[in-house]
Each structure stands twice: as C-alpha cells, then as structure tokens.
Design a protein around this ligand. Sequence first.
Ligand code: FAD
Ligand code: NAG
Ligand code: NAG
Ligand code: NAG
Ligand code: NAG
Ligand code: NAG
Ligand code: NAG
Ligand code: NAG
Length: 513
Amino acid sequence: MYTIFSKLLVALATFLPLTFVTAIPPTLKRTPNDYTPLSPSPSIIQQELGLCLSKNASLYFPSSPKFQNYTLRWSAAMDPDFAVVVVPAADREVSCTVKFATKYNVPFLTVNQAHGTASALSNVYNGIEIYVSALNSIDIALDGNSALMGGGTYQDQVVTYLAAHGKTASTGACGCVGMMGPGLGGGFGRYQGYFGLVLDNIISMNVVLANGSMVTVSASSNPDLYWGMRGAGHNFGIVTSFNYKIHDQPVVDWFVETMIFTADKLEAFFEKLNALGANGTQPVGLFTYTLFAMSPEISKTEPVIIFTLEYAGTKAQAEPLYTPFLTLNPVVTTNVTVPYTGVAHASGAGVEDPLCAKGDSWKTFPVGLQVYNIATNRAIYNIYSKMISENPEFNNSVVQFEAYSMQAVKAVDPASTAYAHRADNLLVSFATVYPANHTLDAIADTYGKQARGVLHAGDAPGRPLNTYVNYASTDETPEQMYGYEPWRLAKLRALKKKYDPNGRFNFYAPVNP
Ligand SMILES: Cc1cc2nc3c(=O)[nH]c(=O)nc-3n(C[C@H](O)[C@H](O)[C@H](O)COP(=O)(O)OP(=O)(O)OC[C@H]3O[C@@H](n4cnc5c(N)ncnc54)[C@H](O)[C@@H]3O)c2cc1C
Ligand SMILES: *[C@@H]1O[C@H](CO)[C@@H](O)[C@H](O)[C@H]1NC(C)=O
Ligand SMILES: *[C@@H]1O[C@H](CO)[C@@H](O)[C@H](O)[C@H]1NC(C)=O
Ligand SMILES: *[C@@H]1O[C@H](CO)[C@@H](O)[C@H](O)[C@H]1NC(C)=O
Ligand SMILES: *[C@@H]1O[C@H](CO)[C@@H](O)[C@H](O)[C@H]1NC(C)=O
Ligand SMILES: *[C@@H]1O[C@H](CO)[C@@H](O)[C@H](O)[C@H]1NC(C)=O
Ligand SMILES: *[C@@H]1O[C@H](CO)[C@@H](O)[C@H](O)[C@H]1NC(C)=O
Ligand SMILES: *[C@@H]1O[C@H](CO)[C@@H](O)[C@H](O)[C@H]1NC(C)=O
C-alpha cells in the first residue's frame, strides 16, 4: 500500500518543517508526558519510513481499523503502547525501520504471534511495532537436512509444512507460538528429547542489530552473538530469517491419552508421575502435561487434575506408560491416535483452541525443577483453590506441570549456549488468567509469587530458583532467567555493551534491567 503515497510524500517532504527531536532513553518508565510531544508525527513517519518501505509492506496508524487487530496480544496484562505498526516484507525494511527508530529515539518492539508475557513489554510507550509475521517463508534445502525459515514463522505453520514434505523439527508444543519468540530463549516442545531445544537446532540467523546493520550470526560469523542469541536472543536483534535443522519424522502418528482425577488422588498421582519421569530420563518422545484446573462438569468447587500423556508411538507402545495411572480410577479417560500435525489440537493447544485465544490477561509464574515434591504440589493445589474461591473471575487459571523428554537437551554442553537451565527436567507454572483489567494484576502477583516461593522452598536444598525466560511475567531477576554462574551474565552483559549499548532491545527480559 505504500508507494501509492510515497511519491506524493517525497514532494511534501520538501515543504514540511522537520520536527525537533531530543534523545529519550528508550527504557524510561512509560509516562505519556515524557514522550508525546517528542515522538515523530504521523506525517514524519509516513514521509521517512514510508520512503524505505516497498509496496509489499504496510504501515498502520491507530486510526486504522486494522491497527487494533495487529496490536492485540495474548495477554492484556502486558500492554506495550504503539504509535504505528510497520509490517515489513523484506529484511532491508526491518533494517530501515530500526534505523528510523534509532534516529528519532523511538522505542520499537518486534512482534510475531504476540504471546510474550515479559513484564518489560509494558515499558514501550508511543513506540513502533515491527510486526514480522509477513517474513514467513520456508525453503527446505536440497539435502533435506535444513530449511531457511523467516523470522515470522510459527509452530503450526512449520509443523504442517514440514510434515507435508515428510520432515519435522523441534518446535514449541503449542500451535500458536512463534519459532523465534520461544527459540531465542529456549523453545520447549515434543521433539526436544530427539532433537534438542529449538535453539539447539539453529544453524545460523540473519539479524538486524540495534544500529540497523544486517549481519549473519553463526558458529563462524559473529560467534559471540551466536552463543548469546541462543538463550538470551531477544536482547540483541531482530531475526529476519534463520537456517534451521530439520529431521526425518521419527513416527507419523502420536498417541494422546487424557485422564481426569479428583484431588483425593493428588499424592498417588504425583508419585506415579515421578516414577514415569524418572528424574529427567523418561522415554524419548514422551511428553506429560498436567493441569490443576476447574472443570465445572465434575465439580463447581473442587479443582481437578487433568493429565495428558503424549507419546511418539502407538497405543500399544504407550500402554506400559499410562496403565499405572488407570489404577487410580480417573473420572474421565479418552485417547486418540493422530498424525503429529494434530497433536497440539488433540491436547488442547492447537491454534483453534481457547488456550491460543487473545485478549484476556495472563500472568505466569514459572519454576524449573527436577522432580515433583508431592507435599509441595498439595500446597500449590490449596493456594490455587483458595485463589479461585476468593476470586471467581480467575476461574480459568491453571497450574501447569510440563515434563518433556530431555535426552537430546542434556546431550548439549551447557556452556555452549546462553541457555542455562538444561538440568531442569520439569517446568511448573502457576498460570493466572482473568478479565483484562489492571486492577486485578495485583491478585495474580500475590498468588503467583506465593506459589513460586512454595515451589522453590520444596525443591532440593541448594537448587536456586530457575525461571524460564519465556514464561516470566513479573519480577524475575536476570540470574533466575539466564543462570547464576557469574560468567554467564558477565558474558551476556559484555555482548550487550557491544551490540546494544543503548538498550533498544530491553523490552523483553533484559540482561541489564
Ligand atoms: C499459549 C502459549 C503456549 C506456549 N507454548 C510454549 C511452548 O510450547 N514452548 C515454549 O518454549 N514456550 C511456549 N510458550 C511461551 C513462548 O515461548 C513465549 O510466549 C514467546 O514469547 C512467544 O513468542 P511469540 O512469537 O508467540 O510472541 P511475541 O510476543 O510476538 O514474541 C515474544 C518476543 O520475542 C521476540 N521476538 C519474536 N520474534 C522475533 C524475531 N523474529 N527476532 C527477534 N526477536 C523476536 C520479541 O522480543 C518479542 O517481544 C507459550 C506461550 C503461550 C502464551
Ligand atoms: C513484492 O512481492 C512480490 C510477490 O511476492 C515480489 O515478486 C516482489 O519482488 C516484491 N516487491 C518488492 C519491491 O519487494
Ligand atoms: C485481523 O482480523 C482478520 C479478520 O478478522 C483476521 O483474519 C486476522 O487474522 C487478524 N489479524 C491479526 C493480526 O490478529
Ligand atoms: C536427579 O538427577 C540429578 C542429576 O541429573 C541429580 O543431581 C539429582 O540428585 C537427582 N535427584 C533425585 C531426586 O534423584
Ligand atoms: C481408548 O479409547 C477407546 C475408544 O474410545 C476406549 O474404548 C478405551 O477404553 C480407551 N482406553 C484408554 C486407556 O483410555
Ligand atoms: C467461570 O465462571 C463463569 C461465570 O460464572 C462460568 O460461566 C464458567 O463456566 C466458569 N469456568 C470455569 C472453567 O470454571
Ligand atoms: C476491574 O476490577 C476491579 C476489581 O474487581 C473492579 O472494581 C472494576 O470495576 C473492574 N473494572 C472494569 C472496567 O471492569
Ligand atoms: C553496528 O553495530 C555493530 C556491532 O556493534 C558494529 O560492528 C557495526 O560497525 C555498526 N554499524 C554501523 C554502521 O555503525
């Protein structure tokens, strides 16, 4: 849509006075008065930014009906504020947008699937949203071992495309999440026991840096950044495309079993789950996903335990894995065998499922563990139950217990990437959801932080509080997200000084808050 205007604007630009712009540190706390008079006006944005965009790109201002829809987020608790949305169609357009933002000292944020929950997102005020979802091409290499993927690709798209070519890859588990959003900080999913985390499969990335330069990041090109972007990548640049390892499908069909238990089975259930998880050595291709949730059909007052076992194999092969749980007399059991492309939906995490829907407020409080502490999980159940009974508008909240297979994740030298938590086998998160209303954020924080503290207190003595960066939504420290070994943060902060000295990428889990 852009060139229609740009010729006219070139002419106009000659006559319009340049807006006076002073430097504003982009990480300043958001206060409208600090920013409003200083940001470039829509006409400056149209003139200058419009000139560097091709007709395949788009710009949306708040007056456009589409603006709403491009800025809607999964969690309304984080509300970055934008003056304009840019939808680049090529990497050089990402680059010139960043140069423009830098010139005028305007905050900018990369957005793909808009599922991020980092608390710093709310510090964006009057910024530029760089909506990268149009950069979504996938090209499989001739040898079939890798694919060049756009920085705006997402899980369901990648899984579906690769399956149609007999291939698969490490991706997030949920159909609606991006590849790079999760991948730059880890990227947990069903195939990680076979292939490693998403970040373990990145061969190279084409990246726009804070000063707008375009660079390749790989083991041989900017290797320091290759280390840092695999774990703390959101801090350093915008990935326009990446070369990614792909693999033959280990199986075509997956088996998915769901059971629902009443809470009197909680202790016996987690005993069996610990036995199955075997401290990070459960079978490759097994993923268990357990929730505390309200299920009004079963009880209006007592939360239940919803257990989903997903396995890269047949029902017969999975039988020894699920049979021990059947002896606990679940109130509901269902099972289905589906092609891998259908597993996300079969487990309630498909693009069409409520979990992927945008607009409510969510805050998640993640803790990385090795084994479940059963008394702790009872205490968490009680906290969850109390939160819902005292705050009925939180009744869609859940506590998530995720256990992915770990073999290929643990096979990678922990020092070789910036991802610090390879020793954690389990991801437990107290996930609050409530109507979009900031007054309620404090309730989420109160219960979430209490639960996080209880989970940590019940962990093995000496283990620090580890929080998955991509689930962080409140006051997590850099150590909790990026690791406690002092050399890790020292290295990340040195990289920050070199590649993003002005903290332009500080709106998502900054290494230097
Ligand atoms: C429903 C749901 C399911 C989830 N499931 C999983 C899961 O299975 N596994 C898992 O590991 N995590 C999962 N997560 C967490 C997920 O990793 C984060 O929410 C992640 O931020 C989502 O990325 P996005 O593209 O969807 O969101 P966005 O908000 O668009 O992106 C998040 C951040 O990533 C950065 N970013 C995105 N794209 C780029 C790019 N191309 N270049 C540079 N930076 C970029 C930006 O800083 C942005 O703020 C899930 C989250 C939700 C809400
Ligand atoms: C716009 O997109 C079309 C179709 O993808 C492509 O052929 C063309 O080269 C693009 N134009 C520019 C200026 O990028
Ligand atoms: C915007 O709305 C249209 C129509 O409802 C929808 O198809 C599209 O996916 C939406 N885009 C975003 C970014 O939400
Ligand atoms: C789990 O395994 C780790 C090593 O990976 C070990 O340090 C820890 O003690 C084990 N925990 C239990 C409870 O067995
Ligand atoms: C699996 O599903 C079949 C058909 O619906 C059902 O008969 C069987 O009892 C289920 N088994 C388990 C273990 O859930
Ligand atoms: C939450 O409460 C609303 C309103 O009372 C109700 O309609 C809905 O079914 C409840 N949902 C759950 C999961 O309990
Ligand atoms: C937000 O929540 C508070 C506390 O429950 C309530 O008083 C207020 O009316 C809510 N605001 C809106 C707009 O719903
Ligand atoms: C941009 O930043 C990189 C990394 O610090 C640096 O190597 C490069 O020279 C800079 N480019 C320009 C044009 O300043």
